[in-house]
Design a protein around this ligand. Structure first.
Ligand code: ADP
Ligand code: MG
Ligand code: ZN
Length: 475
């Protein structure tokens, strides 16, 4: 029997507000433990939470950017459970009335566009952080993170493969970053994902029993854990067994998932409306004013890059994955580079350079102006495409302007017919066997001769001229 995976993701994104969701404590990362705390986020008796308006605004931005229906009235609830990182003994979260529902994001995979539904987006507070002493049977707790604002984004079970899950997460992160409301950094925990997965016989309607995967700290972990879990569930089904509903932890060391808790041990959170917080009423004017602040989002920008610059969909997708990269591309084009040349140079050498050095594009050693200038030097035949790579490497190392490098290193392309002829003559004299073979019909050797001429001129011969001279002399 053929099985089909069914996947739904729950994502927690930390919002970039300066202060916590229900008190004025700072959300800055990296402070000494328990220095960003107050009676409210420590859950002292008698404390009263006050909702941070900025957090609601950020949640609204995400809701509107993903086409959600915003609830005129939403509510905060208490999610009760006992754990040392939760000083109040409950987490304030939205439950039966979230701020937004029924949205969607589009993903592009293998040239196809697919819509992934969003069930809901809600606001909640983060818990503290436990630090376990590896040498003593002691744990510490840091409450700086309690009350840091999160939004949870729950997808419909519309995802059908680990690759789609990866594409969905990248798109969500991209939208959050375009909006400037979250760092979206998975490794640092400001973007976290739990993955729900089940399998069903291909072509059937009802969903299978799902497992929920936790401890997924990178995009790769999400994809690998899902791939493993799908295989595991298929093996269980193939042996005539039943998948049991449970929470499983991804073990990246052993590349497998292990059972953490079953349905019986699942928490009963005893949710109830938080009596300390009024229902949240959102008026149309607020929604409209937030709508007006939305920037051009990844999908729109991608569409514009295709129509305005005539770029292939693939290029447009890569360049608009981050706003900063898209800005770099547009700066390069407005400095005079052709769109497709700029795209090729950015997607190839530039991204290669940035990835290798783990440098964000905003700090690129090669500026957009310099890259445009380099492209100009190729287009006006000052340097060959091959030499341009050498110049680019030098630009990366020194941040110098390409014209300066070309000048300093004497890399100007040889377009002087006499000089090229001399080089061709030298090559032909050196390779009598190949000349004979060529004249005997092995015309494929032309490429070999061009290569030799390039060598002879240390890459500086204009390849088009070299071709012409060679063809003429080999007649
Ligand atoms: P919970 O709050 O217990 O985690 P939810 O109903 O909120 O449960 O669902 C959480 C996630 O699980 C959602 O993203 C949803 O799409 C997904 N999901 C629900 N049923 C299935 C299923 N049978 N297989 C895969 N994913 C599922
Ligand atoms: Mg869940
Ligand atoms: Zn506080």
């Amino acid at each position: 029997m053929e099985f089909e995976p069914v996947i739904g993701l729950e994502v927690h994104a930390q919002l970039k507000s300066n202060t916590k969701i229900f008190c004025g404590c700072s959300t800055a990362f990296g402070a000494p433990p328990n220095t960003h705390v107050c009676p409210v986020c420590l859950g002292m008796p008698g404390m009263l939470p006050v909702l941070n308006r900025k957090v609601v605004e950020y949640a609204l931005k995400m809701a509107l950017a993903t086409g959600c229906v915003v609830s005129k009235k939403s509510r905060f609830a208490r999610k009760n459970y006992f754990y040392p990182d939760l000083p109040k003994g409950y987490q304030i979260s939205q439950y039966e009335l979230p701020i937004a529902e029924h949205g969607a994001v589009e993903i592009d995979l293998d040239g196809k566009r697919k819509r992934i539904g969003l069930t809901r987006i809600h606001m909640e507070e983060d818990a503290g952080k436990l630090i376990h002493d590896p040498n003593r049977p002691v744990s510490f707790v840091d409450f700086n993170r309690t009350g840091v604002p999160l939004i949870e984004i729950v997808s419909e079970p519309d995802i059908r493969s680990p690759e789609e899950a990866g594409a969905y997460l990248r798109k969500l992160r991209s939208i959050l970053r375009y909006l400037g409301i979250s760092d979206g950094n998975m490794e640092e925990g400001s973007f976290r994902c739990d993955a729900n997965v089940s399998i069903r016989a291909q072509g059937t309607e009802p969903f299978g029993i799902r497992t929920e995967l936790k401890n997924l700290n990178s995009f790769k972990h999400v994809e690998n854990a899902l791939a493993y879990e799908i295989r595991r569930q298929q093996a269980v089904a193939a042996e005539g067994g039943r998948v049991v509903q449970e929470t499983r932890l991804w073990d990246p060391e052993r590349s497998r998932t292990v059972s953490m808790r079953g349905k019986e041990e699942a928490h009963d959170y005893r949710y109830f409306p938080d009596p300390d917080l009024l229902p949240l009423m959102i008026e149309d004017e607020w929604i409209e004013s937030v709508q007006k602040t939305l920037p051009e989002l990844p999908d729109e920008k991608k569409g514009r890059f295709e129509t305005v610059y005539g770029l292939p969909a693939y290029d447009a997708g890569v360049l608009t994955a981050s706003k900063e990269l898209a800005d770099f591309f547009e700066a390069c084009v407005s400095a005079g580079a052709g769109a497709k040349s700029a795209s090729n140079w950015i997607m190839g050498p530039l991204l290669g350079l940035l990835h290798a050095a783990a440098t964000p594009v905003e700090e690129s050693p090669v500026s957009a102006d310099h890259l445009a200038e380099l492209i100009g030097l190729i287009e006006n035949d000052t340097i060959s495409g091959k030499i341009a790579k050498t110049v680019f490497d030098e630009m990366a190392a020194s941040s110098k302007a390409p014209a300066v490098i070309v000048e300093e290193k004497g890399l100007v392309q040889v377009t002087d017919a006499g000089a090229i002829e001399a080089a061709v003559d030298a090559v032909l004299a050196r390779c009598p066997d190949e000349v004979e073979a060529y004249k005997g019909g092995k015309t494929k050797l032309l490429g070999f001769f061009v290569g030799q001429v390039m060598k002879e001129t240390r890459g500086k011969a204009n390849p088009k001229l070299a071709n012409e001279v060679l063809k003429a002399k080999l007649k």
